[in-house]
Design a protein around this ligand. Structure first.
Ligand SMILES: Cc1cc2nc3c(=O)[nH]c(=O)nc-3n(C[C@H](O)[C@H](O)[C@H](O)COP(=O)(O)O)c2cc1C
Length: 258
């Protein structure tokens, strides 16, 4: 299969997914173009790919599914028998049906699966789960995976790709985590500008639209005044549950080839 251009296409509020998708794109293309669907303005544009493009997709796992993004994660992305690599990143618990959901979504939009993989990244809600990932072992796994993808691309034709996961997918869970601005909020609006789903009104950045907020914590992690937090004990309680159950064993990357 002849590939002319490689694209890294991802949704990645806290950059864990991005590191894997760009790591793979660099290994597969040398030069590659980034389409960062985390930004609503980028999701609003039409993106059309052809049969000689290779698209590396990536999204984080939220409660075993893909994040539910207003307007749809890929509603304006279309392929034309475009070869694609599907990836998810998750925080050492599990990826459940997210990779399958991504495969179904992308294949329904004109992409053909070359390979798929689930990678481990720092968990949004814990500084212990997935800490330091990708590490040297993950980088070596990316080298091996990229070599396998190249072998698949060199073959004639692509048999169907199957990945872990069940249909119907796991029921969606609404996140109990929704940060707001506290006393130290200077009203600078940095949080509103980077919120991937527009849940923060720049005119009133101390408030967050609970119905839209994904709980991604991008606003908390990048507030210049350190003034955003999740009120109450929802976050510490969730963190404890996760760390008690999923700190061990260390999960390793898994991949699927046709
Ligand atoms: C709302 C929410 C739900 C999550 N659910 C899961 C999960 O089901 N399993 C898991 O292992 N990690 C889960 N995580 C952790 C993320 O999948 C992980 O931190 C991911 O790498 C974040 O991607 P990003 O850094 O590209 O934004 C969840 C994170 C959030 C914010």
């Amino acid at each position: 299969m002849e590939i002319e251009r490689v694209y890294a296409v991802y949704f990645s509020p806290t950059h864990g997914t991005r590191r894997y998708v760009e790591g793979l794109a660099a290994r597969l293309g040398g030069e590659y173009e980034v389409i960062d669907l985390t930004r609503p303005a980028v999701r609003a544009r039409e993106w059309v790919f052809g049969p000689k493009d290779l698209v590396i997709f990536g999204a984080p796992v939220y409660a075993g599914r893909l994040p539910e993004v207003p307007g749809g994660l890929l509603d304006r992305v279309r392929g034309d028998r475009t070869p694609a690599v599907f990836t998810v990143s998750y925080g050492n618990r599990d990826y459940d049906d997210a990779l399958l959901e991504e495969l179904d979504l992308c294949e329904s939009r004109g992409f053909v699966g070359v390979a798929a993989a689930a990678w481990i990244a720092p968990h949004t809600f814990s500084d212990k789960l997935g800490a330091g990932r990708p590490d040297g072992s993950d980088e070596a796994a990316m080298d091996r995976f990229a070599a396998l993808v190249r072998e698949v691309l060199a073959r004639d034709g692509l048999p169907p790709l199957a990945v872990k996961g069940d249909r119907p997918y796991k029921e969606r869970k609404v996140s109990s985590v929704c940060p707001v601005g506290g006393e130290g909020c200077t009203g600078c609006g940095a949080c509103a500008a980077l919120c991937p789903v527009g849940a923060i009104d720049p005119a009133r950045p101390r408030e967050t639209d609970r119905a839209v907020c994904l709980g991604c914590l991008a606003c908390v992690k990048s507030c210049p005044a350190g003034a955003r937090a999740v009120p109450g004990d929802a976050l510490p309680a969730l963190r404890k549950r996760l760390e008690d159950s999923f700190l061990e064993p260390r999960k390793e990357p898994e991949w699927f080839l046709p």
